[in-house]
Design a protein around this ligand. Structure first.
Ligand code: G1P
Length: 291
């Protein structure tokens, strides 16, 4: 089996839930403390040992590519001003990983976004990272999935138990146990995209980290539009399941839905409380708020 080197990051969505902030700025560029959301995701890919990233973008998303590019003029100004620490920060971002991008020309769904990356991915297993999901964990979630992949040589999806009503916001899996010692790994028997709570096969929701075999591409090619008239990745994986096993892994870590305002605020507060430069002052500020 080939090594996992490539990461796909779909970033073509309109970001309407964060209007007006996202009218002229991609939602992926909104900061948590001082780092754009997309950088947290790319750092997770790097920390998981992946080497090549492909963003799936659409019109108005060029700020994402610019962010990971090397801005020669900006760097020269910082160097002239002797701001070496800042210079180091911008250098590190551009040297982080090899970046490329592909266009999704029509908003035809997440499955379609993954499908357009087939020329980039080729015949290799690869990771998919959804930028709305920010996950704080000791071991990066993609690395957790990679370890399962190495053992099982099959696709594996990150899943999380969610409360009853919430299932309708996610892809939901039905599973059977694999008997792993920690009770975190399951074999998927079915998947359904955004079921109503009474039709959900379980409360295990797919969270935006997938490690997939390239056999997902022919499966997606044959996947008709589903929920919302879009080609759903969940439906493509359901097809893949008829050809080969797919696993679900109840990952270790705390997940924030950065596509949701309240969760975005929580992530901002919690990430700030872990930052050496602002944590102490921020904690004192929060403590004196009369809530
Ligand atoms: C997408 C997927 C869904 C998954 C979710 C995770 O939905 O279609 O299966 O559970 O991401 O965040 P979206 O949130 O883009 O509607």
């Amino acid at each position: 089996m080939k090594r996992v080197r490539k990461a796909v990051i779909p970033a073509a969505g309109l970001g309407t839930r964060f209007l007006p902030a996202t009218k002229a700025i991609p939602k992926e560029m909104l900061p948590i403390v001082d780092k754009p959301i997309i950088q947290y995701v790319v750092e997770e890919a790097v920390q998981s040992g992946l080497e090549d990233v492909c963003f799936v973008t659409s019109q108005g998303k060029s700020a994402i590519e610019d962010h990971f590019d090397y801005d020669y003029q900006f760097a020269t100004v910082l160097a002239e001003q002797g701001k070496t620490e800042l210079l180091q920060i911008v250098r590190e971002i551009s040297q982080m990983i090899v970046i490329s991008s592909m266009r999704q020309k029509k908003p035809m769904g997440l499955g379609h976004a993954v499908l357009v990356t087939e020329p980039f991915v080729g015949d290799e297993p690869f990771g998919v990272f959804l930028g709305d999901d920010i996950i704080a964990s000791k071991k990066p979630v993609m690395r957790q999935l990679l370890e399962i992949f190495l053992e099982r040589q099959a696709s594996v999806l990150a899943v999380l138990e969610v409360p009853g009503e919430a299932v309708s916001r996610y892809g939901v899996v039905s599973v059977e146990p694999t008997g792993d010692s920690q009770g975190r790994l399951f074999r998927i028997t079915d998947l359904v995209e955004k079921p109503s709570p009474d039709q959900a096969p379980s409360n295990l929701a797919i969270i935006g980290r997938y490690l997939l075999t390239p056999r997902v591409f022919p499966a997606l090619q044959n996947t008709p539009p589903g929920k919302g008239g879009e080609i759903q990745l969940t439906d493509g994986l359901r097809r893949l399941l008829t050809k080969e096993p797919v696993y679900a892994y109840r990952f270790e870590g705390t997940r924030y839905d950065a596509g949701n305002k309240l969760e975005y605020l929580k992530a901002t507060v919690e990430f700030a409380l872990q930052r050496d430069d602002v944590a102490d002052a921020f904690r004192s500020y929060l403590q004196q708020l009369e809530l």
